[in-house]
Design a protein around this ligand. Structure first.
Ligand code: AGP
Length: 371
């Protein structure tokens, strides 16, 4: 009923709007007496100090959350991080030992490939930390430690609030590692945590643009395909935006690293093709920002319809943006928490306009327990 959906036409929109709360709940209780604490930590500080390599394993949207984690953990902890699709990892011979930390991300905690990847890692004595949204699910039960996301139950098959909560949980893991390894001073960890605590409000601010993004979604409903471009942490956001559109609107959508444009994807650009570009902050990543501005101008010159997600007050992109969606200024590494939100809304609204069931897309199950 509409009441269950919080007055919305579909659960997904309700869940998109619950994201500030999901983030706040996931952060709660993890900073105590000036230190990051993870839940049910069956791993000691010494175990965290001994970590010399990190593997992140997951499927689908959870894999995209893992890609975001790589940027943060490498930067904060100076540790090598590999992000792997669980379905590939489990059939390879990844090089792991007891000093490898494997972070397994799964909303449901029941995804067959991720579970098998966890078993594969533990057989080689790696320590596994699960990031999971479902209490007592199989993946956390078979892991050495678990960090629960507190997004609450997610009804929509397409992940929204669980995805943002997974990103936040990954940041907590990164900060816990940095704290244990001493690659960040305690006051720096405290400052990073304070930045995270400001994110629920930043997401609430993005939510004020929902109706405008929905209107844009209705305009794009007849498109044949949509491309998504991003760089740095904006690259996994582009992948996630494309996945949402495939899942919900059954539309051909691809996410690309913008730096790859000239290595192939630019050949796809044609008159009227919608291209969504996730811009980095002009202050945080000035070099990447200017490279993306030239990318947008190139694709616009070739007739594409540019949809630009950019920081509030970023005037340089205006001339090249056929549609501008503004997001609040936040630290670079945290930008996916705000830039993903309009892409979720866009996909849902395109799907709705095309007459599809946003909460139950065809051929998909909420948790993939068979391979
Ligand atoms: C997300 O929109 C998808 N439904 C799907 O990609 C999902 O993220 C994937 O199946 C992994 O699920 P999990 O997080 O429950 O393991």
């Amino acid at each position: 009923s509409a009441a269950e959906k919080g007055g919305h036409e579909y659960f997904m929109l309700k869940e998109i709007e619950e994201q500030p709360e999901a983030l706040a709940n996931t952060l709660r209780g993890h900073f105590v007496n000036g230190r990051i604490v993870l839940d049910e930590q069956r791993m000691s500080d010494q175990d965290l100090r001994d970590v010399d390599k990190v593997f992140v394993i997951a499927c689908g949207s959870s894999y995209h959350a893992g890609l975001v984690a790589k940027y943060a953990i490498e930067h904060w902890c100076r540790l090598p991080v590999e992000v792997e699709l669980a379905s590939e990892f489990r059939y390879r011979d990844p090089v792991l030992d007891r000093d490898t930390l494997v972070v397994a991300i799964s909303q449901s905690g029941e995804t067959a490939d991720t579970l098998e990847a966890v078993r594969h890692a533990r057989e080689q004595k790696a320590r596994v930390l699960a990031i999971c949204n479902t209490n007592g699910a199989q993946i956390p039960r078979e892991s050495d430690a678990v960090l629960y996301t507190h997004a609450g139950p997610e009804i929509g098959v397409a992940s929204t609030k669980a995805f943002l909560a997974q990103i936040v949980a990954n940041y907590l893991v990164g900060l816990a590692l940095a704290q244990a390894r001493g690659t960040k001073y305690p006051d720096e960890v405290a400052r990073e945590f304070a930045e995270l605590e400001a994110m629920p409000d930043a997401v609430s601010r993005v939510l004020t643009t929902v109706e405008r993004v929905r209107a844009l979604g209705r305009e794009l409903a007849d498109s044949k395909a949509v491309l998504f471009l991003g760089r740095h942490v904006g690259f996994p956001v582009a992948l996630e935006g494309a996945l949402k559109l495939k899942e919900l609107a059954y539309m051909h959508a691809e996410g690309f690293a913008a730096g790859e444009l000239k290595h192939g994807p630019i050949a796809l650009i044609e008159e009227g093709l919608p291209v969504v570009v996730v811009m980095p902050s002009p202050k945080g990543r000035a070099v990447l920002h200017s490279k993306l501005v030239s990318n947008i101008s190139e694709i616009q010159a070739r007739g594409a319809r540019t949809i630009v997600i950019a920081e509030e007050g970023d005037e340089t992109v205006r001339p090249f943006a056929d549609h501008l969606i503004e997001i609040p200024a936040v630290p670079t590494l945290l930008q996916p928490l705000v830039s993903t939100v309009p892409l979720q809304v866009l996909a849902a609204e395109i799907a709705r306009s095309r007459g599809y069931d946003v909460d139950k897309p065809r051929n998909l199950a909420k948790s993939v327990t068979v391979e």
